[in-house]
Every structure is written in structure tokens, then in C-alpha cells.
Design a protein around this ligand. Structure first.
Ligand SMILES: Cc1ncc(COP(=O)(O)O)c(C=O)c1O
Length: 368
């Protein structure tokens, strides 16, 4: 069998590889998902959907009631005015990123991507035959208008913003977002704003670019906010002409998001939000435990302001990751997230306090 250059050019995610290489009893500070269970009322909604026979295809863009709830969420939480016809419900934020990049990239177009940044951005850009261009970040790992301006060239078509960010936990400041929006407008660039960690912010305020400018594809998901990674529900809103193009790809590749999960997502968005607050509180507590341990080891690490990752600077990071794995601790080498991530490792604190403490004591031994 012959394979396309497109697919041969991309590699399997380093995160998955590390996970698969480890034993089942390893402490996992590697994967990016909340270690909480999906709240009961959300599960109940899915069970009801199955009992009621809500098991067929839905509208391609998602059920109207879910899209209406998503519009209310965008208005309430993000000051984004949108309508159900400008929303697509997807199979996680992953599919939303995929259809967004497929819709806007012409072969050879350049996409500005934070470096370090979430692994899918490079791979999905390459799959769309685009060219990923690394965006230099500030000392706090945020994208700045100045850094962005340096990388804009004639073939630049889009910029990806991810706040709070994977793998650094950085949160974009409002003035940075405003500046990025102005530059994008001046150069006719689309902003793809990946906001999946928006509810996991410990300092600062979440700001959506779509508050300030129109040419934005705003992507979110129930995955991280409601501990629903396996349910595969994401969603996006964008200007009508972008929706018309993206829905073609979504329709042929996916038909629609899972009907049962859509009912669950509706319960998540419209039901009680206590679980979100509790999860945020717990992550914040674990962040201090992790940061204190790193400080005690005199490891340099910017305090993550959001998400559930810390990104300490470690010399010989790849070797340290290997040794940690041999001692039963899964972490992710920073280079997985871009060349600027080398000499770092990503530690996910979506793990129990006991596991974080155990992992830190193993790390102390390994580094000594
Ligand atoms: C920044 C970021 N965007 C998107 C995703 C994918 O989310 P989903 O599980 O909803 O596809 C992840 C998952 O780790 C992520 O970290």
C-alpha cells in the first residue's frame, strides 16, 4: 500500500507514545485530561437519551437545542453574540481544529503557531498542506503582538491562540489579545482561538478574541471543563461564510457528533456548574503542591496561571523523562510541543495529591 506525503510527514503524538511505553501502575503526569468523573447529572442525561431512543443521526451541525445552549454560553461567558446557524458541534475540539484548518489553508499557506504549543496544531496544519510557523513567546509564554508582527509574511493566513495554554499554562492578557486582533485585521488573518481550558484559570481573566474582531473561529469543548474527554463533544462559532465551508468537511468526515453525547453536553452547559468550581479549586491546590516541590528542588518554572500543566526548565530534558519513566513516572518532553520547548518537561497535575508528591520525590532522586 502507498501512503500520501501528507500523512507520512506527520508523526504519532509523543504524548501517546510515552503513555503506551509505560507500565499500567505508572504515575501518570503525562496525559491531558482531568482525573475526575463526569458529573452525575450529565451521565443521567446520556442514559435518558439512550432510554428515549435518541440514538440516530442529528442535524449535521448538532441539535438545535444544544446549539442554542452554546450561543447562550458564548454570550454569558465570552461576550460573543452568535446564532445557532453559526455553530457547529464537533467530535471534540480536535475535530473543530481540523475542519477549521482544512477550510482555510491553501497548500503552502503559513499558520502562526505558539512555540511551545499544543501538539495538534503543527500536525493538523501539515495535514492541510500548510506550513506551521513558530511564534516566539514572551517570558510568560504568551503570544505578543510584537512577536506576531515579526512572523507575518505574504503567505500567512491564520494565527492560533490558545489561552490558557497547553503545555505552559500561560494566560493571554487582554491588551495582548486586543493587539493580536488589530494585527490580524490589518493583515487579513483568521484567528483560531482554542479556549478549551477557559474555566481552568487561577489568575487573570479569560478573554476571547471574538469579543474584539470578527474573523475568528472560536473553539471550545466540554472535554476539560466537565471532565468529559471521552464523550467527544466540541463546538465552534465563526462567521457564516466560514461555517458554510467547515460544515462540508464535517458533514463528509463525521456526519454529526454523537447524539447521546450531545444530550450530555446540553445537560453540562445548562445544568449546575458546581463541579467546574470544585475542579478548579482542586487543580489550584495541586498546582501549589507541585510548584512548592519544584521550588524546593530549585527548578526554574513560571507559575502556570491556567490549565493543569507546569512546564519547568530541565537540563537534558529527554534523558530526565526517560529516567522518570524507568522509575514509573510518565511525563512529557518539552520538545514534543515545539523546538522552543526543548530543555523543558511538561508535568500534568491532573493527578492525585499522593501521586504528585510521590512523583516529585522520585524526580528529586533522578535529578540528584
Ligand atoms: C489546547 C488543546 N486543545 C484541544 C484539545 C483537544 O480537545 P478534545 O479532547 O475536546 O478534542 C486539547 C487536548 O488535550 C488541548 O490541550
Amino acid at each position: 500500500m502507498k501512503f500520501s506525503r501528507r500523512v507520512r510527514e506527520i508523526d504519532i503524538s509523543g504524548i501517546r507514545r510515552a503513555f503506551e511505553a509505560a507500565g499500567s501502575d505508572a504515575i501518570n503526569l503525562g496525559l491531558g485530561q482531568p482525573d475526575f468523573d463526569t458529573p452525575a447529572h450529565i451521565k443521567e442525561a446520556a442514559i435518558r437519551a439512550i432510554r428515549d431512543g435518541f440514538t440516530g443521526y442529528t442535524e449535521n451541525q448538532g441539535t438545535l437545542e444544544l446549539r442554542e445552549a452554546i450561543c447562550e454560553k458564548f454570550k454569558r461567558e465570552n461576550r460573543i453574540d452568535t446564532t445557532p446557524d453559526r455553530v457547529i458541534v464537533t467530535a471534540g475540539a480536535s475535530e473543530a481544529l481540523h475542519i477549521a484548518l482544512q477550510a482555510i489553508i491553501e497548500p503552502g499557506d503559513e499558520v502562526l503557531i505558539p512555540d511551545p504549543g499544543f501538539v495538534s496544531y503543527n500536525a493538523l496544519t501539515l495535514l492541510a498542506e500548510g506550513r506551521p510557523v513558530s511564534l516566539p513567546l514572551s517570558r510568560d509564554y504568551t503570544v505578543t503582538p510584537e512577536g506576531m508582527a515579526e512572523e507575518i509574511r505574504p503567505r500567512t493566513c491564520a494565527i492560533i491562540i490558545n489561552s490558557p495554554a497547553n503545555p505552559t499554562g500561560a494566560v493571554q492578557r487582554e491588551e495582548e489579545i486586543r493587539g493580536i486582533c488589530e494585527l490580524a485585521e490589518d493583515h487579513g488573518l483568521t484567528i483560531i482561538s482554542d479556549e478549551v481550558y477557559e474555566h481552568l484559570i487561577y489568575e487573570g481573566r479569560h478573554v476571547s478574541p471574538a469579543e474584539y474582531t470578527e474573523d475568528v473561529i472560536t473553539i471550545n469543548a466540554t472535554s476539560k471543563t466537565y471532565a468529559m474527554t471521552g464523550w467527544r463533544i466540541g463546538y465552534l462559532t465563526a462567521p457564516t461564510e466560514a461555517i458554510e465551508e467547515m460544515v462540508k468537511i464535517h458533514q463528509y468526515a463525521q456526519a454529526c457528533a454523537t447524539s447521546i453525547s450531545q444530550r450530555a453536553a446540553l445537560a453540562a452547559l445548562t445544568g449546575p456548574q458546581d463541579s467546574v468550581r470544585e475542579m478548579r479549586h482542586e487543580f489550584k491546590r495541586r498546582r501549589s503542591i507541585l510548584m512548592n516541590a519544584l521550588r524546593e528542588m530549585k527548578i526554574e518554572c513560571r507559575e502556570p496561571k491556567g490549565a493543569f500543566y507546569a512546564f519547568p526548565r530541565i537540563r537534558n530534558a529527554e534523558e530526565v523523562v526517560k529516567q522518570l519513566l524507568q522509575h514509573g513516572v510518565i511525563t512529557t518532553p518539552g520538545a514534543t510541543f515545539g523546538k522552543e520547548g526543548s530543555e523543558h518537561i511538561r508535568l500534568s497535575y491532573a493527578a492525585t495529591q499522593e501521586d504528585i508528591e510521590k512523583a516529585m520525590s522520585i524526580m528529586r532522586e533522578v535529578l540528584e
